[in-house]
Design a binder for this molecule. Structure first.
Ligand SMILES: Nc1nc2c(c(=O)[nH]1)N[C@H]1C(S)=C(S)[C@@H](COP(=O)(O)O)O[C@H]1N2
Ligand SMILES: [Mo]
Length: 436
């Protein structure tokens, strides 16, 4: 079941609210909002033909043939996700539905910058190849069979979190998907190590960065436009944790998550994990692909007061995701018996690797108790934590949950590090608890 709360327009290029000329159209679902501003030429391109009676169309008219959103049918099996936009398809998962150690397909958030390509909708991988080129000794073009036969296969749960998860809580806000807490998940991936493939090609000493390409379709319908092409520093790319994956939870990667091949680069913003992967270009400079430059997935190089207009030249690429956790049980608003221990649990993760400690508070942060924290089954799987809290008497309580990484960095109680596009919010997760 989809809980369609399409209250927010996903813009192709999110612009900070503080920037002049910016506006959000609050009540418009993404697709309609997009189409209302679309030119006849764009609508024609999407329909694949001209509109002879176009002159009779009222302003803002949405052709019925376009009202069925590309990719939305793929959302049918999703369970309880909140849809933030339908063109492109974006949806997040309520915290209490993320309780599984390994996130099932039905509960994995969806973040598309473009349209799901047709081959993926058809689950057709015929003729698929991946090219590795640029600063390598020997460029490679590999089929899926080459990947599956010529390299060691690895299966591991690895978390994926959108760089903009938590954006909804920034003040002043930023446009783009208003993710609250649910643009994160930890499915089990199967593939080969990115490192092994790069090393097979032979990484030249001149290599500095990767540049990732996929073949999803730009919202404009223009086949020459790249939807998104991000990359990571070569040191990160050569880490053992990153996979070129063809399976998720033991099945071919679902259409909406990048069929037939995607990168999984845990620890970095989800945007590094290119879906529909066709090419990895090894660069001799920081990659400057679509959504790598300007304000996209970039943070001010220094702390700024909320609302500051930061010059583009002072924005730097966002690297590791901050330490973070979720309370996945019970659901916020749950009733528990007063005076008795109640179980609370969730997951914790950090872009730096293992989380070192987990604490919970039941008294608005006055006192903290240490939660039990499991080691991850492998690096960059999220870690289960569990605690028992005892509300002393009937009434309203909040569980606050705080992870601490191995360097001693903790999640803050308030939204940290305001930035123009609303990235990297790792504020503590809080749930309401009613003791009765
Ligand atoms: N080709 C392609 N890859 C992509 C994207 C995209 O729009 N196109 N979105 C990125 C972003 S911003 C995120 S957060 C993750 C989301 O992965 P998911 O939809 O499988 O959860 O995919 C990344 N890979
Ligand atoms: Mo993202």
């Amino acid at each position: 079941m989809l809980d369609d709360a399409s209250h927010n327009q996903d813009t192709d290029k999110p612009v900070a609210r503080t920037e002049p000329g910016h506006e959000t159209s609050g009540a418009e679902p993404g697709r309609r909002g997009f189409l209302k501003g679309a030119s006849l030429a764009t609508m024609g391109a999407l329909l694949g033909t001209t509109i002879p009676f176009a002159r009779n169309m009222p302003p803002g008219f949405v052709p019925v043939a376009l009202a069925q959103d590309v990719g939305m049918g793929l959302m049918d099996a999703k369970d309880g996700l909140v849809v933030l936009g339908d063109r492109p398809v974006n949806a997040e998962t309520p915290a209490h539905l993320l309780d599984d150690d390994v996130t099932p397909y039905e509960r994995l958030f969806v973040r598309n910058n473009g349209l799901v390509p047709q081959h993926a909708m058809d689950m057709n991988a015929e003729g698929w190849t991946l090219t590795i080129d640029g600063e390598v000794d020997e460029p490679l073009t590999l089929t899926l069979a080459d990947l599956q036969n010529d390299f060691e296969t690895v299966t591991a749960p690895l978390w994926l979190e959108c760089g903009g998860n938590g954006r909804a809580f920034f003040q002043p806000g930023a446009s783009g998907n208003q993710w609250t807490t649910g643009a994160v998940g930890c499915p089990e991936w199967t593939g080969v190590r990115l490192k092994d493939v790069l090393e097979r090609a032979g990484v030249k000493p001149t290599a500095v960065y990767t540049g990732h390409y996929g073949n999803d379709v730009h919202l404009s319908g223009d086949p020459d436009k790249v939807v998104i092409s991000r990359g990571v520093p070569i040191e990160k790319a050569l880490g053992p944790e990153n996979l070129i994956a063809w399976a998720m939870n033991g099945e071919p990667i679902p259409a909406i998550h990048g069929f037939p091949l995607r990168l999984v680069v845990p620890g970095y913003p989800g945007s590094a994990s290119q879906k529909y992967l066709t090419r990895i270009w090894v660069r001799d400079q920081e990659h400057d692909g679509e959504k790598m430059t300007g304000y996209s997935y970039r943070l001010p190089a220094y702390p700024v007061a909320p609302g500051t207009e930061v010059p583009e030249s002072d924005m730097v690429v966002m690297l590791e995701m901050p330490v973070k956790s979720l309370v996945t049980f019970p659901a916020t608003g749950a009733e528990v018996p007063a005076g008795r221990p109640a179980e609370v649990r969730g997951h914790a993760w950090s872009g730096k690797g293992d989380v070192a400690a987990m604490h919970v508070s039941l008294d608005f942060g006055q006192t903290w108790q240490e939660a039990e924290l499991m080691a991850p089954p492998n690096p960059f799987a999220w870690q289960r934590w569990r605690a028992e809290v005892t509300p002393p008497e009937a009434g309203y309580y909040e569980v606050w949950a705080r992870a601490t990484d191995k360097d001693g960095t903790m999640q803050p109680p308030v939204v940290p590090g305001w930035n123009p596009r609303g990235y990297g919010n790792n504020m503590m997760h809080r749930i309401a608890l009613f003791a009765v």
